[in-house]
Structures are given as structure tokens and as C-alpha cells.
Design a protein around this ligand. Structure first.
Ligand code: U2P
Length: 271
């Protein structure tokens, strides 16, 4: 009768190690489901994530975003700041992306610690505010938390080696936001928040192209601009956002993109 091959006995600590790894991978999977809602495009788990190809600086138009959540008010929701509500683009996040249209998310790294960015908080509250309640924002570990926690854990942790740590992630993002002031560029071209005006999409794209010599990515909700994204190479130089929309005509003609005339609505502050 054939006997089972014998090997070194598996010690308890080794078994425990295997079990812990399985639990950890399981937790990572859950985190991806909770933190994204965009699982189809998120790839990689654990340490095998390959390095990203480029960055997207994603900016939110608060007037559009706030209109989508009119009744969810709480202290963290900047839509509810009445006269102090944001008047221009605010930061959504700096996202490491792959050239094929997917992106890494929730890479192993340090958990968010708000104390690390205490010196940045007043700037962050103004230019990188949450536009919903923290209880609705998922982190990478199956819970909920601050908007900044979500952005650091989901995107910041996958931004190495360009981004060194949590503090560096927020500083680099704020630097890019202030260096390439999209709200100011559009204002100079006559595109300002308005609840009555409609603007030609082509004019908005041209204004960015003239100022920064690159093509942005735009996302609309109905006929209102929801997000404007600037793309950057890994050395943080502006580059065209090519992955999803390589030319102006693609942007304008695409069925899933913005219509030819778009709005930049003002924030109608909810209570
Ligand atoms: O578009 C829906 C959400 O998917 C994430 N996203 C999108 C495009 C991209 O290039 N990279 C990327 O990460 C964003 O996820 P969030 O940070 O909001 O969780 C985006 O909102």
C-alpha cells in the first residue's frame, strides 16, 4: 500500500501564519468591494500590485455634486455650509492609474492617521472638503470614515514610489491643485458658476488647453459638469488625459460624456 509522503511536521505557529494570510487576503477583497463601488476596474490585491502608469488629479464641481445629495446634511458635509459653501472646483483626489483604463486600489500601507496632516487641515477643509457625510464614505477595511481616509487608503497607498507617505500624498495633491488653478482659468475665460447659463463644452476644453497645453477629462451628470480631471506623468508633469478620451472630438461626441452645452451650477446650500 502506498504510504503518504512524510514531511516536516507543521508547527502551530506556521498554521496560524497561513490562516492569518487567508484572513488578510479576505479582508482585502472585502475592502475593495466596499471602498470602490467600481470593482470591475480595480485590480490587484496585496503586494503583487504593479506600479501605476500615470496620475489623475480629479476635481469636483460642488454645485453638481451637492445637488445630487440635497438632504444628507451633517457637520462634515461642505454642501451644507450655506454662505461658506465652496464656489469653485474642490479636490476629489490624486489617483494613480494604469494606461489600460484600470487602476490599483487599497494597496497595503499605513492606515490613515489624521494627526499626520494636522498642519494641513484648515487648507484641506476649504479646498478638499467632503461633500457628503462621513458615515457614507467607505474605507478600505470594511468600515466608514473621513473622505481623506478613503482617498489615502484607496489611492494614496498605491501611489508609491512617487508618493512617500500619507503627508506627502496630501501635500503633493494640494500643490498640484494650487499650481494648476482650473477655477481661475475658467473664470478668466468667462466660465463661472451660474444657475442660468449654459456654456459650450468646446470652449471650456479650449480654455484649459490654452492655459495648460493639455486636454483634460470631463465627466458630467446630465448637462452639469461633475468632475474635471488633469493628468500627470509620474514626474508630475502635465500630460493629456488619453486613457479614456484622447481628443477633443471624442470628448464632445462620446455618448457617455458631456453634452455640447454644459452647466456649472452654483451650490444651493441645503440645511
Ligand atoms: O468613477 C467612479 C470612481 O472610480 C474611481 N476612479 C475613477 C477613474 C479613475 O481613473 N480612477 C479611479 O480611481 C474613483 O473612486 P473614488 O476615489 O471616488 O472612490 C471614482 O469616483
Amino acid at each position: 500500500m502506498a504510504s503518504l509522503p512524510t514531511g516536516p511536521p507543521i508547527s502551530f505557529p506556521a498554521t496560524k501564519g497561513v490562516l492569518l494570510s487567508v484572513v488578510w487576503i479576505g479582508l482585502c477583497c472585502i475592502a475593495k468591494i466596499n471602498a470602490g463601488g467600481d470593482l470591475g476596474r480595480v485590480i490587484g490585491i496585496g503586494n503583487n500590485e504593479r506600479e501605476f502608469d500615470y496620475f489623475k488629479l480629479s476635481l469636483i464641481w460642488p454645485g453638481t455634486s451637492c445637488a445630487a445629495t440635497p438632504r444628507h446634511c451633517c457637520s462634515s458635509n461642505a454642501c451644507c455650509r450655506r454662505s461658506d459653501a465652496p464656489t469653485g472646483f474642490t479636490i476629489h483626489g490624486l489617483w494613480p492609474d494604469y494606461s489600460d483604463g484600470t487602476w490599483p486600489a487599497c494597496c497595503p500601507g499605513k492606515k490613515f492617521d489624521v494627526n499626520v496632516i494636522s498642519s494641513l487641515l484648515s487648507t484641506m477643509n476649504k479646498y478638499w472638503p467632503s461633500l457628503s457625510c462621513d458615515s457614507n464614505i467607505s474605507n478600505c477595511y470594511g468600515g466608514t470614515g473621513l473622505f481623506w481616509e478613503h482617498e489615502w487608503e484607496k489611492h494614496g497607498t498605491c501611489s508609491s514610489p512617487v508618493v512617500r507617505d500619507e503627508y506627502d500624498y496630501f501635500v503633493k495633491t494640494l500643490d498640484l491643485y494650487f499650481k494648476y488653478n482650473v477655477t481661475e482659468v475658467l473664470k478668466k475665460a468667462g466660465y463661472v458658476a451660474s444657475n442660468s447659463e449654459k456654456y459650450p463644452l468646446e470652449g471650456i476644453i479650449s480654455a484649459i488647453q490654452t492655459a495648460f497645453h493639455v486636454t483634460p477629462e470631463l465627466q458630467c451628470s446630465g448637462n452639469s459638469i461633475d468632475e474635471l480631471r488633469l493628468c500627470f506623468s509620474k514626474d508630475l508633469k502635465l500630460t493629456d488625459c488619453e486613457a479614456e478620451s484622447s481628443t477633443k472630438s471624442v470628448l464632445i461626441n462620446s455618448e457617455t460624456s458631456c453634452p455640447k452645452y454644459v452647466r456649472l451650477p452654483e451650490v444651493v446650500s441645503s440645511i
